[in-house]
Every structure is written in C-alpha cells, then in structure tokens.
Design a protein around this ligand. Structure first.
Ligand code: ZN
Length: 444
C-alpha cells in the first residue's frame, strides 16, 4: 500500500505514518485515510465525477481542507490525495475536538468540458469581515473556488476569485450544453438561496440570482429559511426539492418542515411548479406553500435527501420524515408517497436512480439492529415495495457509514464515495472508499 501521507498535526500522526509504513503490499479497500470528521455528504454535490476513463473524487480532509484523489480505470491506479485548497474553516489547533468542526469544508467537484477539475468549498455563510451580505446574514468561513492548473491533472491547483464568498451548501449542476450552474445559500440560516451561471467553464459567473427568499415572519423572532437540493432535470431543466426552516432568534432549533418542489427552464431561466404553472421569483414561504408544496408535514420534522426525475420528467424526491426515509413522486396528477425505510433502519443518507418507469435503484447508508451497511435496494413497482439487492459494505462494530451523492457519469465499478465513522476512535481521521458493483475499488 502506498498512500501519500498528508501533513497534519497531532499525536495520531505518528501512529498513522507507522501504520502506513508497516503495511504490507496487499491492496486495501480504502483509497485514503485522511478523510476528516464527516468527509462526505450528499449535500455538497457532486463530490465525484467520471471523465474520460478517470473517476475524480473530492472530500473533506485535515483542517476541513479539500482533498482530491483520482482513479484511472484502465490502469487500476490511484493518484493523490492532493490538497487542492485551503479552507478558512477548521483551523483549530486540536483536530480531535468534534465541537469545533462544522464540516462545511466539504467540497463539491465538477469536471468542465475542457477537462479542468473545479472545487467549491469552505463556506458557511462568510465572515462579517468579508463585507455586507446583501442577500443574507453573515456566518463563518469563505466560499472558495479552485481549479486544477492543467486538464485531467489533480496535482496542482489555483484559486479563481469569481464567486460570492458568502455561499454555503455549494452544489454544481452541469447541463448537456456545457452551461454550469452553481447553487448555494447566500449566508448563514437567514439568507436567500441563489445561483450563479457560467457559460465559459467556470472562468466567469453571472451575478447571483435569488430564488428562495429569506424574510422575517409577523412574529419578528422567526425568519423564513430554507434547505435545498438541486439536480439536472429532463431536457434543459433544473429541478429542486427543499424544506422550510423556521429560524428563531431566541430559542433556536434545527426544525425543518414540509417538502417542496419546483423546476427551472434553463432556456430563459424561468421557474414553474410541478403542474407547469409559472412562478414569480424569488419565492417566499407563503407563496411556496401555495404553489410549490409536495408534502405538508403538519409540524413533523423532515430533511431533504436527494431528487431525480424519471423519463417523463416527473420528479421523485427522497426525504427523511420523522426518521423514516420517504419517497415522494409526481404521477402526472398528484403527489404520491411511500415509506422506503421505517425509523428502525436509522438511515444516515441515500441517493437513487430512476432506471425505467417504476424501477428505482436506491443506495443507502443505514443501521439495522445487527449491523451498519451500505446497500443497494430496488423497487420494481414505483416504490410500493423494496427489496435489498446487494450489500456493498457492512460491519457489526458500531461504525457508521456516510456517503456522497452518486458519482456523476459513474462507471459501474465506481458509483459512490463512502467514509467510515468509527465512534470508538479518539481522533477524527476517516478512511474513505470508492464503491461500485465489485465492492470497494482497491488501492495497491
Ligand atoms: Zn436557523
């Protein structure tokens, strides 16, 4: 095994280096062991993309900095990890303190049509010192954009200072014509969600366009806030599902309510609801309730997972409602829903692909009574019943798994990035895996 040990500080460094040096030449299932805290999530997405025979993978490494590895499918060789940038988060001296890590260092990754690799990372609303945030309230860190210096080469990187520093939950959507949209929340909780568009491979971006509006409620202690997840829809459209967060000044909690859906036609950047009625942007809470509601949870908590569209362009949404994983889909006339997993499964994250009408494959990281596992599940009847197709990884040692969104343009042998979270270790460094139909992509 030959993993490039990265520089970080702490008493565990020596142990990790020794472990690396004393390892045999046997291949290992993980491609890096310097994932940090919660290295991947479906939220910042995509975090991996296949491009011309290579799968590029990004994750949060030491000090919440973005790291990149690449797997060449032809030679079966890994390269990296390379540190691709420096986040303004996670610079506390002791990386064993969970409370000082907020995991907003996690990068989103995109390969442009010229083969350059882009990462957006490190924002959690932006420090007040960055200036006035006209679309929200300040937070921490700074949203940053780096690009590989050369195409199809992850060994050197440079900063492109061409996006708002106030972003967080950065998400790339690349369209078939090469246009790239960067969606994010423009600040901490009480902020609008916006996008910036690039038609020149992320060398320049349009100014921010606001789509979800934050504002004070009649009760001034509560502000409207949102959590959203964007994905390419059918044709020239972008689809989004989102939850409402009543953000309280006093007595703040993390409550999120309701599931919503809308989509944008990229041709003229106009939005419409699931029925095709046009929407006036940016939308407010009251307007979203009237025009874009997919599920009123009636006060029950809900959290977005991911979204896909089927061959008709109809949306399928995954959310966790009261700890159950729920599949919502539009049948052309109304929203339908079914529970995929009850709360007994303790789902940490999931993503899915609609392969044909009624046939959905779902990859999930979940815990049952007996073990934690990363598994494929399938429905043949539009989500009414699900069967386990295959388990890719499992353990009975209480180690949780976290996953990113499905790899963009994935090859069958490299479909998702997963990290282990072992609660019994007293440091925050994590093994990171690339899993596909043959299990983990091994590293020699
Ligand atoms: Zn809040």
């Amino acid at each position: 095994m030959k993993i490039r040990q990265t520089t970080f500080f702490g008493r565990h460094t020596l142990l990790l280096v020794l472990a690396t040096l004393t390892a045999t030449a046997d291949p290992v299932d993980y491609f890096a062991d310097n994932g940090f805290a919660k290295p991947v999530s479906t939220m910042q997405h995509p975090n991996a993309e296949h491009y011309k025979g290579v799968t590029y993978v990004a994750y949060q490494g030491p000090h919440e900095d973005p790291y990149v590895c690449a797997y060449d499918h032809k030679t079966a060789q890994w390269s990296g990890p390379y540190k691709a940038g420096t986040s303004q988060l996670g610079k506390t001296p002791d990386p064993t303190d969970r409370d000082t890590v907020d995991n907003h260092g996690r990068p989103a990754l995109l390969v442009d049509n010229d083969g350059y690799i882009h990462l957006i990372f490190g924002g959690h609303g932006g420090l007040s010192a960055l200036g006035k945030n006209h679309l929200g309230t300040p937070g921490r860190g700074r949203q940053m954009h780096v690009v590989s210096k050369n195409p199809e080469d992850i060994s050197s990187w440079e900063v492109l200072d061409n996006i708002s520093p106030f972003g967080t939950y950065s998400q790339f959507v690349k369209m078939a014509d090469g246009d790239i949209y960067l969606f994010y929340r423009h600040g901490s909780h009480r902020s609008d969600w916006v996008y910036q568009k690039s038609t020149d491979n992320c060398r320049t971006f349009s100014p921010e366009v606001s789509i979800l509006k934050h504002k004070m409620q009649l009760n001034p202690n509560t502000h409207d806030s949102w959590y959203a997840w964007f994905h390419e829809g059918k044709g020239d459209t972008i689809a989004v599902t989102f939850n409402y967060h009543p953000c309280k000044i006093l007595g703040h909690d993390s409550t999120r309510l309701n599931a919503y859906f809308m989509k944008m036609s990229c041709a003229n950047e106009s939005w419409e609801n699931v029925k095709g009625e046009s929407l006036k942007m940016p939308i407010t809470k009251e307007y979203a309730d009237k025009m874009a509601l997919a599920c009123d949870t009636d006060g029950v908590g809900i959290r977005r997972v991911t979204l896909r569209v089927d061959s008709k362009g109809f949306p399928h949404l995954l959310h966790r409602r009261a700890s159950e994983l729920v599949h919502f889909y539009w049948d052309g006339k109304a929203w339908q829903e079914s529970v995929v997993f009850t709360k007994d499964y303790k789902v940490t994250d999931a993503d899915f692909a609609v392969e044909s009408p009624g046939v959905i494959r779902l990859l999930v990281t979940a815990r049952t009574e007996n073990q934690n596992e990363v598994s494929w599940w399938t429905t043949q009847n539009g989500g009414h019943s699900w069967e386990k197709e295959r388990t890719l990884m499992a353990n009975t040692t209480n180690t949780d798994y976290l996953m990113g969104a499905l790899v963009r343009n994935a090859q069958s042998d490299a479909q998702v990035v997963v990290s282990e979270i072992n609660p019994n270790q007293d440091h925050l460094y994590r093994k990171v895996f690339l899993l596909g139909d043959k299990g983990a992509v091994q590293r020699h």
